[in-house]
Design a protein around this ligand. Structure first.
Ligand code: CO
Length: 204
């Protein structure tokens, strides 16, 4: 693969944007005011901006394998705190995808390496839903666990001190659970947005 192709494409891309909006990059360089935080999977087939039709500056993005939100992960917490306290995003979107390799690995009964530790939370989610998942054909079980994982990670977002404190201050934040289908490019919301602490009771 030739990297020159990427650099040339970048030149063309920047040129095209300036042709349509000469001030675009100057404006963006001075400030970003995204309304959305995206927490998604690192999978190359799920690029946040492209699948939501958003331009640079419109969505703050964090991606990791299997879109996991762990309360002990300083990377996601730093992103979340900056997005909520400084950027003041109004929507936090946890978006998983069907056929997620990370979620599949959490279902499989063999070692994949270091990643098995990263996936510990998804593996325990699998154990909690063993009865429902074990009767499904494996691909359906993976997809169902992808859905359960999104809902579970959105709950983790809502239960961080960052989001709890923001709600307490009266800041409006909605936490969304979405899933993306690789074979048709469509996003489907999975649950009602969580907009306040009492909503959490519905998910217990
Ligand atoms: Co994935």
């Amino acid at each position: 693969m030739n990297l020159k192709k990427l650099l040339d494409a970048n030149q063309d891309w920047a040129k095209n944007i300036v042709a349509g909006d000469p001030d675009f990059f100057h404006r963006l360089a001075n400030q970003q005011t995204p309304e959305y935080l995206w927490i998604g999977c690192s999978d190359s087939r799920v690029p946040a901006n492209q699948i939501t039709g958003l331009a640079p500056g419109e969505i703050f993005v964090h991606r990791n394998v299997a879109n996991i939100v762990q309360e002990t992960d300083f990377n996601v917490l730093a992103v979340l705190q900056y997005a909520v306290d400084v950027l003041k995003v109004k929507h936090i979107i946890v978006c998983g995808h069907y056929g997620c390799g990370g979620v599949r690995a959490a279902l499989e009964n063999f070692r994949h390496g270091l990643i098995d530790n990263w996936l510990a939370g998804v593996r325990s989610l699998h154990r909690r839903h063993e009865a429902e998942l074990s009767v499904l054909p494996v691909d359906e079980a993976v997809d169902r666990l992808c859905e359960l994982n999104v809902i579970s990670q959105a709950l983790h977002v809502a239960r961080t001190t960052i989001v709890e404190d923001a709600w307490e201050r009266g800041q409006h934040i909605a936490v969304h659970s979405w899933i993306y289908r690789l074979d048709n490019g469509r996003i489907q919301p999975l649950a009602e947005a969580i907009t306040k602490p009492c909503d959490l009771q519905n998910f217990a």
